[in-house]
Design a protein around this ligand. Structure first.
Ligand SMILES: Nc1nc2c(ncn2[C@@H]2O[C@H](COP(=O)(O)OP(=O)(O)OP(=O)(O)O)[C@@H](O)[C@H]2O)c(=O)[nH]1
Ligand SMILES: [Mg+2]
Length: 453
């Protein structure tokens, strides 16, 4: 071993995933090749049985997407998490026995565990204890394809692992471990803390370079004066299917969580003839790790700077309203809380008519559609056009000749409808959005703007 971790070499935590079990058999039954997982949820006051079940169903889906098998689940009712072991110590022992019973490799908790809780739990459970964040990071690590995506995931993984390295060095350095040991950061976990810090600094530097590039791309797009529409929504809602259907973008579509990690932008012509730029990007989930949001800053800036958000909701999913709430909370976190939003309930082909009507009724201005069959897409395109037009207003400006910079700004930021050269300046009629109107307020000729309306 070449690492310098402080490692108590707790035998019990040396249970990896996958690789270790290749060909291994227990008695007469072939041991499943996939990592076997026990799921644990805590029901805090105020959470209903259904909610806890739904959360664990989602965790099971996450675990399955990460390539492991949920084999059992345990729920504990508690007032608050135990600071040392998250669940009570007695419960932890019970989970250890359950895990022995089903021969589980790993226990996954439906919340973020502190490094200390994780460490203590592994001692009691005699096996790896992971949290929801580790599973999400693992899926991201498996799905990252581009340079930027990989760097973002590695950054999030290293930041997550750094405080958890104590005592886990040997285990993490095992080859072919299960959830939590894969990904671009995998080999880095074998080296010492200082080298990880250096790696973090390098990643942050690379990413800020990529971020600058993206910023410049956005600037040039803005100069093109096309409005931008960002598709947002819960993971697996059908965002990529919709972009593909509308633009033939060819983005990967899968019945998997977090199939898309990178942003893809395509041009799209609306029925009114105007062109918009539509971006598909990473999906959200409840309890999305903040470290991940932070690492994906540059990708998510695409969303925060869009003119309109097309919020795609799985209308046929178990909890459309809950998913919308989770998406909006992430939107606020990334500074996109104020961007106008058009809600589209997708998968209308799979939902009963009254169910869809109920959702549409509750959310004014929302639409139902099916990205799969194409139903409702014409209506969607015309609504996007309407919403974008409603964000702009026709105004008249009088700009003195000495302010060539302002005249240029109007051309850049708005759509110039008329321009007359007069003695005291350029008289311009232009369609401008609210931000440009604010910036150009002193040049707006209120009297004549009102006349033309
Ligand atoms: N029945 C039905 N299924 C759909 C529809 N739209 C998408 N799907 C399915 O939903 C699953 C997820 O679709 P994606 O387009 O990958 O979803 P996404 O929102 O991009 O998901 P992530 O990128 O993983 O966040 C796939 O199996 C799609 O075939 C629809 O209108 N009806
Ligand atoms: Mg997608």
């Amino acid at each position: 071993m070449t690492n310098s971790f402080d490692d108590p070499t707790d035998e019990a935590t040396h249970r990896g995933g996958f690789g270790e079990f290749a060909g291994e058999t227990t008695g007469l039954i072939d041991r499943s090749f996939r990592e076997q997982i026990v799921l644990v949820g805590v029901q805090f006051p105020g959470a209903s049985d259904d909610q806890v079940d739904a959360n664990l169903n989602e965790l099971a889906q996450l675990v399955d997407t990460a390539g492991a098998d949920p084999v059992d689940r345990v729920i504990q009712k508690r007032e608050a998490p135990d600071p040392a072991t998250y669940v009570g110590k007695g419960k932890a022992t019970e989970i250890q026995e359950t895990s022995d019973g089903v021969d589980a490799d790993t226990v996954v908790f439906d919340d973020e565990l502190s490094p200390a809780q994780q460490f203590n739990l592994e001692k009691i459970l005699k096996r790896t204890a992971l949290d929801r964040t580790a599973v999400i990071l693992d899926i991201f690590a498996q799905n990252a394809t581009t340079l930027e995506g990989k760097a973002q995931v590695e950054l999030a993984q290293l930041k997550y692992h750094l405080p958890r390295l104590r005592g886990r060095g040997n285990q993490l350095s095992q080859q072919g471990g299960g959830i939590g040991t894969r990904g671009p950061g995998e080999t880095q976990l074998e080296v010492d803390r200082r080298r990880i810090q250096r790696r973090l600094a390098k990643l942050e530097k690379d990413l800020s370079g990529l971020r600058r590039t993206r910023k410049n791309q956005r600037k040039s797009r803005r100069r093109s004066r096309f409005h931008t529409v960002a598709i947002v929504g819960y993971t697996n809602a059908g965002k990529s299917t919709l972009l593909n259907r509308l633009t033939g973008a060819g983005v990967l579509v899968e019945d998997r969580l977090f199939a898309t990690l990178d942003a893809t932008t395509r041009r799209l012509q609306l029925p009114g003839g105007e062109t918009v730029l539509m971006t598909d990007t990473v999906g959200f989930i409840q309890k999305l790790p903040t470290g991940l949001v932070e690492a994906f800053k540059s990708t998510l800036e695409e969303v925060a700077e869009a003119d309109l958000l097309l919020h795609v909701v799985d209308g046929a999913g178990p909890d459309p309203e809950g998913q919308m709430t989770a998406v909006r909370s992430v939107l606020r976190e990334i500074g996109a809380g104020d961007v106008p939003e058009l809600i589209a309930f997708n998968k209308s082909d799979q939902v009963k008519d009254e169910g869809l009507q109920h959702l549409l009724h509750r959310h004014e201005g929302s639409l139902g559609l099916s990205a799969r069959t194409g139903e409702g897409l014409e209506q969607l395109l015309s609504s996007i056009g309407d919403r974008l037009r409603s964000l702009t207003e026709v105004v008249d400006l009088l700009i003195p000749w000495s302010r060539g910079d302002v005249i240029a700004a109007v051309h850049r930021e708005g759509e110039v409808l008329l321009e007359q050269h007069e003695e005291d300046g350029a008289r311009i009629q232009a369609r401008l959005d609210e931000i440009s109107q604010d910036l150009l307020a002193e040049f707006i000729d209120v009297t004549s703007s009102e006349e033309t309306r």
